[in-house]
Structures are given as structure tokens and as C-alpha cells.
Design a protein around this ligand. Structure first.
Ligand code: FCB
Length: 315
């Protein structure tokens, strides 16, 4: 969506495409002797995650002793930097697989830890029964939604991706639904209300009436990520929203999301989003010219309510 360099590969199904994005989805229809009938070989893996589902035929993942086959209803999860090596299985005339490439939000950590793995590739099978359609539909919806020409397309696609990851999480054998400790829930709310200020762990812990070390431990245990990383995630979500929907200057946005130093904010933003704040805004504007014109510079902020992932219910 944000590619500008004319010389770059624009087809994500072919080698050389740069996945410098938050989310890309697609379907790779590999047919014996067709143009896509080659092994996808990324020894260094990718910067983001890939979730992949076989919808037709058989694929083969890896070579040698760890090689395994995937059939319709099999899902795979590649974490960043995990080598990719997969293609059509020899005995099959085709291999169709749907996939979503994404950079996760911090609170997704729990859903991305699939216990059954081969060479760090998470494996899960939903079979070809009733779950097959539900999962395939989610992949299709993510892809279609992300391609829509509207400013909320990416947020809606991310929302659907969260649903897919939560459903995978639920289908992992042995995953019992657990509820988040009320103190951790209060912590998330407190942090979200104070995103603009740099309150430290001690103050948060005081507010929740726990010791800092106990809070840090409990938070990590329940949310799967440490407090500061979780806060950074909320800040980036809010910053993206403000850049995308308002004309508020970047320096002002930096302050609103808790960074006094605009340069530091830009560095963190670039690291997390893959573009600087102004490049991100420019890319959104180029893509949706009518967007910011119609929105007041200080629209309602979504920062009041934190994102909890699947661990908390509203209320
Ligand atoms: C495509 C592959 C697909 C996935 C994406 C990221 O080229 O066909 O399996 O790896 O790249």
C-alpha cells in the first residue's frame, strides 16, 4: 500500500517484494509447472509474522528430517526471522494457501505462542470440517477488507486478524479460557488514561496497591508482554490514529502520546511501523486524499480505552 519505489517488485507472490508494511494478505495458488511452482525460500525469515492456511492440495515445509506436509485445514505460524522454506508437495498437482503477513501488537503475544512447533514454525490443524470455512472466511475477509479504499481499512483488517489469532488460540488443544486479574485490568486502564505522561512503574504499582516487582511479574504473566512494551504499543496505536485522522503537528502528537522528544518519538514510531510519522501521514494522505480535510484537527481520541486482547471483557 505504501510502496513508492517503481523498481520494486509489486507482486507479493514473487520473490523481491518488500513486506515493509503492517499487514498484507493474499492467496498463493501453486499449480504444478505453473509460474508460482517454486519453493518459497527465505533463510533469514521475515521481519513480521506470517499465518498461513492450506486450502487445497498439499504443501511441503522444510527439507530433510524436519520436513512435513500440510493439507487443507492446516495452519502454520512463522515468527519473525524463522526461516521459510515451502512449496507444492511432489505428489500433489497443486497447493493453494492463504496467508497474512503482519506486525503484531504487543498484547497479541499470548496468541502467537503456538505450542506445537517444528523448527519454530507453529502448527495447528482445524481439519476440513465446519471450522475450515470459518477460518478460510477470516483469511478472505482480512484480505478483502485490507484492500478496501477507505481510511479504516487497515484497522478493520487488523481487527479481523485479531479475531483469526484469537480463534487459533482457542482451537489450540489445552488452551483453557482464563480471565485477566482485576488488578492487571485496572493497570491497563490507568496506563491508557495516562498515555501522555511518563509515569513510572513505581507510581503505577502504588495506584494498584502492589509492589513494583509483583506488578511487573503479574503483568507479564497475564498479558504475555512487559508493561512498558504494552504502553508503547498503545502509544503507537494512538499516534497512528492521530496522524491518519487529524492535522495535529507531529511534535504535538509526540507529546500527546508521551514523548517530549520528537526525534525519539520518530525513532520509536519508525521502528514499530516501518515509516517515520510524517512519511506515514504522507502515505495515508496520498492514498486517501479526502481523509484529513474532513476531520477536525482535534477529533475524539481513542486513547481512553486500552486494548486488552482476548483476556478481558468490556465493562
Ligand atoms: C508469498 C508466498 C506466501 C507468503 C507470502 C508472504 O510470496 O506465496 O506463502 O510467504 O509471500
Amino acid at each position: 500500500m505504501f510502496e513508492s519505489d517503481q523498481n520494486k517488485q509489486v507482486n507479493p507472490l514473487l520473490p523481491g517484494y518488500s513486506f515493509n508494511l503492517y499487514l498484507v494478505g493474499g492467496m498463493t495458488p501453486i499449480i504444478e509447472n505453473g509460474p508460482l511452482d517454486f519453493f518459497i525460500d527465505r533463510p533469514g525469515g521475515m521481519e513480521g509474522y506470517i499465518v498461513n492456511m492450506t486450502v487445497r492440495g498439499q504443501g511441503k515445509v522444510f527439507d530433510g528430517a524436519d520436513a512435513f506436509l500440510v493439507s487443507p485445514g492446516d495452519l502454520l505460524l512463522f515468527s519473525p526471522e524463522t526461516p521459510h522454506y515451502y512449496g507444492r508437495a511432489q505428489g500433489s498437482t497443486d497447493w493453494y494457501h492463504r496467508w497474512v503477513y503482519f506486525r503484531p501488537r504487543a498484547y497479541w503475544a499470548n496468541w502467537l505462542n503456538w505450542p506445537h512447533q517444528t523448527r519454530k514454525v507453529g502448527r495447528l490443524s482445524v481439519g476440513i470440517g465446519p471450522l475450515f470455512n470459518e477460518f478460510e472466511d477470516l483469511f478472505i475477509q482480512i484480505d478483502q477488507t485490507h484492500r478496501q479504499e477507505k481510511r479504516t481499512a487497515e484497522e478493520l483488517a487488523i481487527n479481523l486478524l485479531e479475531r483469526l489469532l484469537i480463534r487459533c488460540y482457542e482451537e489450540i488443544p489445552d488452551n483453557q479460557p482464563t480471565s485477566v486479574d482485576v488488578r492487571i485490568r485496572a493497570t491497563c486502564q490507568f496506563i491508557a488514561k495516562n498515555l501522555a505522561s511518563n509515569i513510572g512503574l513505581e507510581e503505577i504499582a502504588r495506584h494498584i496497591c502492589l509492589s513494583p516487582s509483583r506488578l511487573a511479574h503479574l503483568f507479564r504473566e497475564q498479558m504475555g508482554v512487559n508493561i512498558l512494551r504494552w504502553r508503547e504499543d498503545q502509544r503507537i496505536i494512538l499516534a497512528k490514529h492521530l496522524l491518519q485522522n487529524t492535522r495535529t503537528p507531529v511534535a504535538h502528537i509526540a507529546g500527546k502520546v508521551g514523548y517530549d522528544d520528537q526525534l525519539y518519538f520518530s525513532r520509536v514510531f519508525r521502528k514499530r511501523v516501518g515509516l517515520s510519522p510524517s512519511a506515514f501521514r504522507k502515505a495515508v494522505e496520498e492514498h486517501h486524499p479526502s481523509l484529513v480535510d474532513s476531520v477536525e484537527s482535534e477529533g475524539p481520541l481513542p486513547g481512553g480505552e486500552p486494548s486488552f486482547g482476548n483476556k478481558l471483557t468490556a465493562g
